[in-house]
Design a protein around this ligand. Structure first.
Ligand SMILES: Cc1cc2nc3c(=O)[nH]c(=O)nc-3n(C[C@H](O)[C@H](O)[C@H](O)COP(=O)(O)OP(=O)(O)OC[C@H]3O[C@@H](n4cnc5c(N)ncnc54)[C@H](O)[C@@H]3O)c2cc1C
Length: 512
């Protein structure tokens, strides 16, 4: 019997494709179409025009409609939509992110924050790209702290209109994809004021340009110009001087204003309302998580192929040694390969939770909260890991890695900003920390002595008393041999228990 380890390649590939294999393969087939691939060294202007044309090709290919409602030509397939989107990073991250702005931010805001009238009025043109749009949330003065944006939307009952206004320069909308050139409308996030009361940030549909590129009255735009990457996207600024829009342009799923100016919402707490609205836009984070994992796969495929064929220096037998046979070279790439597998499976879990919530299959408050926490935890880890892996792969492929057509430097530059947009990584991890500590505190909320004693008793004897380690110790005792019980460490349940213990201990230590 052969003792050579064997891998069922097809089975592993299937596991890596996950639940939406068909959509992933369709996305990958598109990404291998030369018309959609990046051309290194293009000027910014040429790149922007090419990416706009590529978005048209995505529409033709039926690649972007999946998340939209069936009656408008979509397929209500939320997980499959993101899976296909994640693959586009292989062709050109600019094309991926510009399509994310058009359909994942601008379109998704209309879908999730708007109601039927908005869907029927605008989504068909958004889907066909007849109406390119921007998602105008960030301002010069406020990025991570969206609740504090300065733009106002003041209701005028006389004319039944909202007046969108930028009161000071810090309230100019900033960094918006599609704002500098191609956007004809924007979903603008502004403080809703009616009858003299500020009801917090809401989203409004605002026409910004005519189809031939003229700015609408009262609206100004500036181009952000050349960026550190993603130069196929026309990022820019927008500002508004008393711009009037109909009352019905308020995307009113979570808050509405009647003709007489009366505000209503089924979510009473302004804080909860705001976080519910923002929570519906989580798909950007989910998308970036898998896109970053894909970039890691691309980088490692290139570097491992190079390392398995490239020979440098003679070995003991006088033959030149292939790079991957050097232990040091293996230690640079193989742990990152293992990390990529782990992150791919974590992304599957995230995508499945996302689909459960957005398809309505399991749309509970608890599952939504889990989804938001998972997305806030995984997106930072994978986008940072992608930058690290891209750099290591660049170095592992020597000078060849520095040649632009070999992709690594372009991906590195384009993915740099993935750690900042869709929620800055450090800020997202603070949200995760807050949730963990809040849950920890909840165990004590009734001040019940028995409950407190139970939690504390569970933590006594740091280390050995904890479940995972205790389980391992028990296994040594049962088997009587350390060597045999080490096998137990390979057991997935023991590993999971050890990791869960570690998290609980860390949270408890911080909380104490
Ligand atoms: C290429 C590009 C495209 C973009 N596209 C869009 C778009 O289409 N629409 C849109 O609305 N926005 C867009 N953005 C904006 C993006 O979402 C913001 O840049 C992002 O939210 C961060 O905001 P900021 O740049 O103001 O950074 P800041 O919020 O000022 O953060 C700066 C630093 O401060 C740290 N920090 C912030 N708060 C805290 C805290 N409480 N504790 C500790 N540290 C903190 C952060 O970790 C970060 O390192 C885009 C940005 C870029 C660069």
């Amino acid at each position: 019997m052969s003792t050579t380890p064997r891998i069922e390649v097809a089975a592993v590939a299937d596991a890596l494709y996950g639940k939406w294999k068909e959509e992933r393969l369709a996305g990958r087939a598109l990404a291998s179409d030369p018309r959609l691939q990046t051309i290194p060294g293009q000027s910014m202007d040429e790149h922007r025009e090419r990416v706009l044309e590529q978005l048209g090709l995505l529409v033709e290919a039926g690649a972007i409609q999946r998340a939209f409602p069936k009656h408008l030509g979509g397929s209500d397939n939320h997980g499959g939509n993101i899976a296909g989107f994640q693959e586009l990073v292989f062709a050109d991250p600019s094309m991926q992110i510009k399509s994310g702005v058009q359909w994942g931010l601008f379109g998704a805001a209309i879908l999730h924050l708007g109601t039927e009238h908005h869907h029927n009025t605008w989504l068909p043109d958004v889907m066909s790209l007849k109406l390119p749009g921007a998602f105008a949330m960030t301002e010069i003065g406020h990025g991570s702290d969206v609740a504090s944006v300065g733009t106002t939307a003041t209701y005028d009952p006389e004319t039944e209109e909202f007046v969108i206004h930028t009161p000071f320069k810090g309230a100019w909308k900033e960094f918006l994809g599609n704002a500098a050139l191609h956007g004809q409308a924007a979903v603008v996030f502004a403080q809703l004021i009616t009858n003299g009361v500020n009801h917090g940030v809401h989203a409004f549909m605002v026409p910004i340009r005519t189809p031939d590129g003229q700015m609408m009255p009262g609206i100004g735009s500036e181009d952000d110009g050349v960026k550190g990457g993603l130069n196929g996207i026309d990022n820019g600024r927008l500002h508004f001087t008393n711009v009037r829009i109909p009352r019905t342009n308020l995307l009113n799923r979570y808050g509405d204003v009647a003709a007489d100016g009366t505000y209503s919402s089924h979510i009473e707490s302004p804080g909860r309302r705001f976080f519910t609205m923002i929570g519906t836009l989580v798909q950007g984070r989910v998308s970036l998580d898998g896109a970053a994992v894909n970039a890691m796969k691309g980088a490692l495929a290139i570097a491992l192929r190079y390392g398995s064929e490239r020979r440098q220096f003679s070995g003991a037998d006088g033959k030149e040694v292939v790079l991957l046979d050097y232990g040091h070279y293996q230690r640079r790439l193989l742990p990152r390969l293992a990390e990529t597998y782990a992150m791919q499976f974590a992304d599957h879990k995230l995508l499945e939770t996302f689909d459960e919530v957005f398809s309505g299959a399991n749309d509970t408050d608890e599952n939504r909260e889990d989804l938001e926490t998972l997305a806030a935890a995984l997106k930072p880890l994978s986008t940072w890991a992608a930058l690290d892996t891209l750099q290591e792969a660049r170095e592992a492929t020597g000078g060849a890695g520095f040649i632009a057509k070999n992709r690594l430097t372009g991906w590195r530059a384009d993915l740099d900003i993935y750690v900042t947009f869709e929620g800055d990584n450090n800020v997202l991890l603070q949200l995760v920390g807050k949730r963990l500590l809040t849950e920890y505190a909840e165990q004590f909320k009734d001040g019940d002595v028995a409950a407190i004693a139970k939690v504390v008793a569970g933590q006594i004897g740091e280390g050995a008393a904890r479940f995972g380690l205790r389980q391992m110790g028990q296994s040594i005792a049962d088997l009587g041999k350390v060597a045999r019980s080490v096998e137990g460490v390979r057991d997935p349940e023991t590993q999971q228990a050890l990791l869960a213990d570690r998290v609980q201990t860390m949270v408890a230590q911080i909380a104490m």
